[in-house]
Design a protein around this ligand. Sequence first.
Ligand code: AMP
Length: 218
Amino acid sequence: MRKYVIMGVQGSGKGTQSQLLCDDLDLVHIAVGDIFRWHVKNHTKIGAQVRRTMTAGELVGDDLVERIVRERLDGHDWNYGFVIDGFPRNDRQAEFFMESFDIDGVIHLELPEDEVRRRVLSRRLCPNCGMDYNLIADRPQVEGRCDICGHELITRADDTPEALDARLRDYNEKTRPVLELFRRKEYVHDIDARPSADEVQQTIREALRLPDYKPQNS
Ligand code: AMP
């Protein structure tokens, strides 16, 4: 059983790297932001509660976040373990998490702020199947259309310069202290997120002493 936390500023590739790790090792990717986006898209009661907060790039209240995480983990569909992404984001969430789970490692993706802005503002998302694109490094084959399902791509409502500023502020003020807490417990592996997705994945494998990564098209 492997339980990893993946941390890093917006646009550092947490989703992509989690997915590569999970697909290969049969782990479950638990992305708290994706769970909230699902609620917004499906107009649930929770969706109505969080929509405005998310659009502004602000953090959802801890009680609701903890409930969502607990319910998701209580599903116990993660026989081989999980990678949790987007959580914990502040000290209280970290305490809640550490009370319930032991952690095998924290993957910290590092990316300079100018690169964060460049990546986030060129990010596009398929609202139908969830596939992520980037107009700089990972363009869709047909402009504005998802390669997988053909649906029209959108910009995430919180990928605006204003919302990004709010998210970066929260990251620096609230999430970085969590990283320092984990660092003191010697969980943290710092990973340079600037190289290609395949290279970053291989570095993660080495840091966590996992089998080498074999890119699918090699
Ligand atoms: P993300 O996709 O991780 O950037 O999350 C998108 C949005 O969901 C965030 O900007 C928050 O509004 C909300 N969210 C996700 N995870 C958390 C969390 N752990 N605590 C509070 N809000 C969160």
